[in-house]
Structure formats: C-alpha cells, structure tokens
Design a protein around this ligand. Structure first.
Ligand code: IPM
Ligand code: MG
Length: 294
C-alpha cells in the first residue's frame, strides 16, 4: 500500500508489549523495512526553537534562543543494516554483533543531500563521524570532503560524534546542517530535539525514493498512550513537511506551521511543554486549537 501511495505518514510504533518478541516480529522492524524498501536514505530532522517555547527548554534561554539546526541522518545503511549481524557462539561464549559499513556511493548521496539543503539555509555543513577510531568514519570523512569540492559556496567542518553531543548542549547555535550516519543521527537528533523543549515537537521527512515518508522524531510513548496526554505537534508538523516536500503545497504547509506557532503563543501547552502560567491541554484540545487557527 505504501509503495502505491504518493506519500506515507507514519505514526510512532513499538512498546513493551512487543519488546520480547523475536526481532522480525517487533513493530520497529517494519519501520526499518519501509525505509529500506522505499529507498529513503535521507532523513531530515529540523530542530528549530519556537520562540514561545524558549522557557520550556531544559537549557538556558541565551543558549537555545534562535537555534535552527537541520540534522541530515543517513537512514538505510550503517550499523542498522550492516551485514554480518546476529548472534552466534564463539569459543563457547555467545556473542551479538552488528557491522557499521558504508560504501562510497552511499556516503556521496547523503553528503549531496546535506549540501543541497545547506545551500537553501546558512550554507554550513558539519559532518559528524568517529574518524579518530573507525575506518568506516575515515571513508565517510574522505567522501564528504570530496563532495564538498562541488559546493564551494558551502562551508564544511568535521566533528567527532562525542564532541558533537557536547557542542549541541554547549553552543547549539554554531550548527546549521549536521550530516551523519544512521546510528549517530538517531542519537544526535533526539538530543537536538530536546533543545527545543520537547521531543514531542519535532517532525521529520525521509526522502530519497519516489515515495517519501513523514514521521515524528519521537517514539510511541507507551507510558502515556491512550490518556489524551501526548503532544500531537510532531505529527501535525510532519504533515506540514509532507505538504511541502511531497506535494509542493508551500502555502498550505505554512498555514499549518503558523497555526502551531499561534496556538503556542496563545499559551496552550501539552504536559511535556507545560510551564507555570500557561494553559494545560490534552492531545485532542491541542489538535482542535491548531485546526481552528488553520
Ligand atoms: C527513530 C526511532 C527509530 C530509529 C526506532 C523506533 C527504530 O528511534 O526514528 O529515530 O532508531 O530509527
Ligand atoms: Mg530515534
């Protein structure tokens, strides 16, 4: 069904109920299958702070004000898909293992996506790797440096992933576009999301194939599922991205984003972004308010 669609909007999946299932029967596997089958190698995760929410961030206002980062995460390679992977007995001891592997062509196309995106922004790309230790990262760095030659108008820097995780907290404003491999991107995009106050705010688009997929960055939040508490903004903002990137409906996409801003500036908050003096609402009320402003 997804392959026959023009775009896919994905609701977060997974939960403790399925955690002890065998790998192939976990809902997360289906998500990975969709990404791979649809060829969605470029996952773009914007972390932009809404001005009304500066106070909801766990970091100081001066640090997070005006933060506007785009994490470009490679989505169909690296540690998530590398072979060999599995469990086996080695010298009488059981081991579990995965492989972090990238080919030149895989790195080249994600680097190109990042440079293209940077051209439409502040023209800065920071490539994140662990090239002081990993061969796979040394290849990554070499290829990104090569691709950069085609984009002389874009400034390229390199950063080790551990340093990047620190810099995101210390001085997030230094970043414009961050490009990185699958697993590093998984981790850093959660961290970047949290700068904005809550991971419940952040949308993402997965591009690269003919059918794109849109999904919130957050997981399924099983602890609050079904209680009318979850923040619907990440999903609503994912629809805005879908209208823009898959259907070229810029004005309609802006209408959604502006409605979200409006509702936040009027002081409506779900629990995850609630601060004193604002109005606490549930998932349904938040959605209704946004619809009203659209
Ligand atoms: C994400 C999620 C997924 C991932 C999980 C649910 C498999 O954390 O989209 O960031 O790790 O890619
Ligand atoms: Mg994740």
């Amino acid at each position: 069904m997804c392959k026959e669609s023009d775009a896919v909007l994905l609701g977060a999946v997974g939960g403790p109920k399925w955690d002890s299932n065998p790998q192939h029967l976990k809902p997360e596997r289906a998500l990975l299958g969709l990404r791979k089958e649809l060829g969605l190698y470029a996952n773009i995760r914007p972390a932009k702070i809404y001005s009304a929410l500066v106070g909801a961030s766990a970091l100081k206002k001066e640090i997070v004000q005006d933060v506007d980062i785009m994490v470009v995460r490679e989505l169909t390679g690296g540690l998530y898909f590398g072979k060999p992977a599995g469990f086996e007995k080695r010298n009488g001891d059981e081991v579990g293992f995965n492989t972090m592997i990238y080919s030149v062509s895989e790195v080249k196309r994600i680097a190109e996506s990042a440079f293209e995106i940077a051209r439409r922004r502040k023209k800065k790309v920071c490539s994140v790797d662990k090239a002081n230790i990993l061969e796979v990262s040394q290849l990554w760095r070499k290829v990104v440096t090569d691709v950069a030659k085609k984009y002389p108008d874009v400034e390229l820097s390199h950063m080790y992933v551990d340093n990047c995780s620190m810099q995101l907290i210390r001085n997030p404003k230094q970043f414009d576009v961050i490009v990185t491999e699958n697993m590093f991107g998984d981790i850093l995009s959660d961290e970047a999301a949290m700068l904005t106050g809550s991971i419940g705010m952040l949308a993402s688009a997965s591009l690269g194939g003919t059918v794109a997929m849109y999904e919130p960055v957050h997981g399924s939040a099983p602890d609050i599922a079904g209680q009318n508490k979850a923040n619907p903004i990440a999903t609503i903002a994912s629809v805005a991205m879908m209208l823009k990137y898959s259907f070229n409906l810029g004005a309609e996409s802006d209408a959604i984003e502006n409605a979200v801003e409006k509702v936040l500036s009027k002081g409506f908050r779900t629990g995850d972004i609630y601060t004193e003096g604002t109005t606490l609402v549930g998932t349904k009320e938040m959605t209704e308010k946004i619809v009203e402003y659209i």
